[in-house]
Design a binder for this molecule. Structure first.
Ligand code: SF4
Length: 249
């Protein structure tokens, strides 16, 4: 990508996904604990600690994992991170180069845009859980292969079972198709709620599919940004959360 285009995108991103959020400032730090944020009870804090410990166990397994060929190619596994009690889980397809280097999900340019989306929703990154279908980076960021998804998906399924989010946001076609077991396009899937089945005896979890932020960066039109924002507004409404005021600039 040429420098001019990267700079233009960055400025537009600042304007679109943070300039409007809660009338906030571009580059403003994450909101601090508000006085009216609920303080968890002792029981809730203990339940969160237990969940965190279980998630940590999964992360450890992923770091040791060699169940598919990606295990021998990675620098770091990227198990995912976030709030064990998250109401929203964002799920992408797999780590890229920055994520592989740091062992953390969504930390490159697409991750910065996801951060903007989260802040635009009036939330903090630490409110949500962010993960991927694959825990290790496919070489050259190629598409995940079916055998890799089959090997890796149980980690994500266990994370979902532990966190029990109210809504999963599937970022991009690979995440949406995998979690919904469908071959439909992201254009057909996005913009409406679907149901993710977490297993026998468990209630289905609402799933909103939307564009992956890496796709959004490559196709940075006002229309695509508006579509993602419309999808996120539906998520906020479903959760009974206020919709921050903004324009799609
Ligand atoms: S991608 Fe998943 S299944 Fe493959 S080695 Fe990494 S953690 Fe294991």
């Amino acid at each position: 990508m040429d420098i001019d285009k990267a700079v233009r995108q960055h400025l537009e991103m600042e304007h679109f996904f943070s300039g409007f959020a809660l009338k906030g400032k571009a580059g403003a730090p994450e909101p601090q604990q508000q006085e009216d944020d609920p303080v968890p009870s002792e029981a809730e804090a203990m339940a969160a600690a237990e969940k965190a410990a279980e998630l940590e166990k999964i992360a450890e397994e992923a770091h040791q994992c060699r169940k598919c060929g990606l295990g021998s190619l990675r620098t770091n596994a990227v198990p995912g991170e976030g709030n064990p009690n998250a109401r929203i889980m964002f799920v992408g397809e797999g780590p890229g180069a920055d994520e592989d280097a740091q062992g953390r999900p969504f930390v490159g340019r697409a991750g910065q845009l996801l951060d903007k989306v989260i802040v635009a929703m009036g939330l903090k990154r630490s409110d949500v859980f962010i993960g991927n279908i694959l825990k290790c980076r496919p070489p050259e960021n190629r598409d995940p292969r079916a055998d890799e998804i089959i090997s890796c998906l149980p980690y994500l399924q266990r994370q979902i079972e532990i966190i029990e989010p109210e809504i999963i946001v599937a970022l991009g076609a690979h995440a949406a198709r995998t979690l919904l077991n469908t071959t439909k396009s992201i254009g057909q899937l996005r913009g409406q709620f679907h149901e993710y089945y977490a297993g026998l005896g468990r209630p289905p979890i609402k799933l909103m599919a939307t564009y992956h932020t890496a796709y959004l960066l490559r196709n940075y039109s006002q229309e695509n940004r508006r579509r993602v924002w419309e999808d996120m507004k539906k998520v906020l409404t479903e959760l009974g959360l206020p919709i921050p005021e903004h324009s799609t600039g």
